[in-house]
Write a protein that binds this ligand. Structure first.
Ligand code: ADP
Ligand code: MG
Length: 680
């Protein structure tokens, strides 16, 4: 239908081979690419009276050139042009760098409009742009694009203009009339023109609204098609668990499941029974009882004659899960542990037992996804702290079974806004209720100068029979220096506390058996204070520890602080988290304030998202977060929610197959990379 738009850019008048090459380097190949290459910002050329301008504000002013411009050179090819501009009753000094050519164009008496950084104190503007003529003769809103060598703003705007002029009629409308009407969205071609050549703030806003919604809707449609595909494909396995044995197991547990646990479990079990492959995320705060739910689900799978597997990010965590699941399953199932440090004969034995089906549940680190690991009949896979594994690793484990059901778990409560985008193709179960009787961890923020009082507080808690974690300062991006920090802090604390209070040291460079030894000492209450890097962040469970002290807390993100805090408050006694921090900026102070005010992980993660933005939320590369061109997941989350609901409805009603949705369907199925699975 719109094949014209798929033609290469050089079909546009005035685009030669060289320019085309430069455009290609910006990722622009077709006319369509060009038309949808949106500005990342818009500058305003509306003038304000000088008296209303703030120091360092980016401003546009208009006046008469009152002195001949003076040009001076410095360095190689660098120049400075200065002149006086009469603005209202003020003589303003204009400074422009590397605009030597402007000297010829500017003469005393000319009216010019300049834009730049305003210096109130010196009545001076450092101009980045100038135009001859009055401000009102300029376009009031200037789009700003990402440019590169060979692609200047003027040239780019010219080709976009040419493309719009030549092809505006061929730009397809994707949204059905009904939808545009009810959301008051402008027509696609008109909106497109406004994106590049905005006539007013209002029209631009409507155009953006339209494209944000369109972008979100397309994304959600793709995600939900994928999900539907998973659900309907019969290639999964319908797990036939034994209800009586399962009930017996649940009743053997020392506690009653919370309502949220029961609800999540029901959702998981229902998925398992279905022939489709389960693809579900279980999220809940630290200590909310995810592991308990996971154990029950694993057991269900085993009663149905399958094997189960649990992959966790660290050896310490694997070890702990191994211990606790072995105890829980006592006599009901055979549990084995596989990590990188299990070697030689022992490893061979475990691998053989997994392959011949003697092992029911295999727990381990990413050692589980190596080729040598073969299951007899893997039916159920759980991936803990799923965001710590890359997409490939998660897939590799899944591929070890014949379409096993997969449950991802995360203790990072994921803000709704992120969950519905990042995990749009997953089903989500949420444990949003803590087991009864938990006391929230009391959290305090203190300045570095109070360190001595914090140390005496630790001493007091230890005398009362408890234990403490001390997390050492974090040095960005440097494992090595962080460890040096931990070692230094360890010596410092040891000199204060020992011999009465034994201190342990934990960091990522210790050998695995050393780590185990250190954890063991702490778990057995032999060391009272554990100095550590963030390796204790996930999962570690020592209920007798009641104090968590975090040095330089301002260097940690909110979610990470929350994870660290989750190491305490796991027993019956009141626990404390002390943040030692002297944050310089407002964001740092805000973080400390939020930490002291809430222990609700979901609330916290929403705040963290606002402070950091989605890109940083999970850490960069692994996040797998989609990138949107116009929409912003945080800022535009309402549009995102609306798009999600609409997409669900469209898929449910099979509307994509109807005439008004034809163009939308075509656009959805254009994305081969995402929908590969569905298309084959
Ligand atoms: P998570 O994996 O979400 O961090 P766990 O499953 O490890 O949480 O549970 C944390 C602690 O709470 C464990 O000691 C566990 O035995 C206990 N627990 C789990 N569910 C309940 C419950 N419903 N009632 C009381 N204690 C529970
Ligand atoms: Mg856990």
């Amino acid at each position: 239908m719109n094949h014209v738009l798929r033609q290469p850019i050089n079909e546009i008048k005035g685009v030669g081979a060289k320019f085309e090459e430069h455009l290609n380097e910006l990722g622009l190949y077709t006319i369509e690419d060009l038309l949808f290459y949106f500005p990342f910002r818009y500058d305003s050329y509306e003038t304000k009276p000088l008296t209303e301008l703030a120091q360092d504000e980016k401003a546009t002013i208009e006046g008469q050139v009152a002195s001949e411009p003076v040009l001076s050179f410095f360095g190689r090819k660098k120049s400075r042009l200065t002149f006086t501009l009469q603005v209202e009753q003020f003589a303003v000094k204009v400074v422009m760098f590397n605009r030597a050519f402007a000297k010829k164009q500017l003469n005393a008496g000319d009216t010019v409009t300049v834009t730049g950084k305003w210096d109130q104190r010196r009545l001076q503007i450092t101009a980045s742009q100038f135009k001859k003529g009055e401000a009102k003769s300029q376009e009031p809103i200037q789009p700003v694009y990402t440019l590169k060598e060979g692609v200047t703003l003027n040239r780019l705007r010219k080709v976009i203009k040419a493309a719009l002029d030549e092809h505006a009629d061929e730009i397809p409308e994707l949204l059905p009339d009904e939808m545009k009407l009810s959301y008051k969205l402008p027509e696609r071609p008109r909106a497109l023109v406004q994106m590049h050549y905005p006539e007013s703030r209002v029209l631009l806003k409507h155009a953006k609204r339209r494209f944000i919604y369109e972008e979100f809707l397309l994304f959600q449609l793709k995600m939900q098609l994928l999900r539907k595909h998973h659900r309907e494909s019969t290639t999964g396995n319908a797990q036939d668990y034994d209800n009586d044995r399962l009930t017996e197991f649940v009743q053997s547990m020392p506690f009653e499941l919370t309502g949220a646990q029961k609800r999540s479990l029901t959702e998981i079990l229902k998925d398992m029974k279905q022939p489709h492959r389960m693809n579900r995320l279980l999220q809940g705060d630290v200590g909310s009882g995810k592991t308990a739910v996971a154990a029950i689900a694993l057991y269900a799978s085993i009663t149905g004659g399958k094997q189960g597997s649990l992959m966790v990010p660290t050896e310490i965590l694997a070890e702990q899960h191994y211990q606790s699941l072995s105890t829980m399953f006592d006599g009901r199932a055979t549990v084995a542990l596989l990590t990188g440090s299990i070697k030689g004969k022992k490893r061979k034995e475990i691998l053989a037992a997994v392959e011949n089906g003697e092992v029911d549940i295999l727990i381990g680190t990413h050692a589980l996804i190596q080729d040598e690991v073969l299951f007899q009949d893997l039916g159920f896979v759980i991936v803990d702290e799923q965001h710590r594994f890359g997409v490939q690793q998660r897939r590799a484990l899944r591929d070890k079974g014949l379409h096993p059901d997969v449950l991802f778990m995360t203790a990072t409560p994921i803000p709704r806004t992120l969950a519905i985008t990042a995990f749009g193709d997953m089903d989500v179960s949420v444990i949003d209720e803590m087991p009864a009787g938990r006391k929230p961890v009391e959290t305090y923020w203190v300045k570095g100068e109070m360190t001595n009082r914090v140390l005496s507080f630790i001493q007091k808690e230890v005398q009362a029979g408890h234990q403490a974690y001390v997390i050492c300062p974090l040095i960005e991006e440097s494992d090595k220096l962080d460890i040096q920090n931990a070692v230094d802090l360890y010596h410092q604390l040891a000199s204060v506390f020992e011999p009465d209070v034994p201190v342990g040291l934990m960091h990522g460079r210790l050998h695995n058996d050393e780590k185990e030894e250190v954890m063991q000492q702490f778990a057995e209450n032999k060391t009272k204070v554990l100095v550590s890097t963030t390796v204790v962040e996930v999962g570690v469970n020592v209920p007798n520890a009641t104090v968590m002290v975090i040095y330089d807390a301002e260097r940690f993100g909110l979610s990470q602080l929350h994870q660290l805090r989750g190491r305490v408050g796991r027993g019956d006694d009141q626990a404390y988290c002390i943040l030692l921090a002297d944050p310089k900026g407002d964001v740092g102070k805000e973080r400390m304030r939020i930490m002291t005010e809430t222990t609700d992980g979901f609330e916290l993660s929403e705040q963290d998202l606002k402070l950091r933005g989605p890109g940083d939320f999970f850490g960069k590369k692994q996040s797998g977060m989609p990138e949107f061109k116009v929409g912003d997941m945080v800022h535009d989350y309402r549009a995102l929610e609306t798009a999600r609901k609409d997409a669900a409805e469209i898929i449910m009603d099979n509307s994509l197959e109807t005439e008004p949705y034809k163009a939308l369907k075509q656009e959805v199925y254009k994305d081969k990379s995402l929908l590969g699975d569905v298309l084959d």
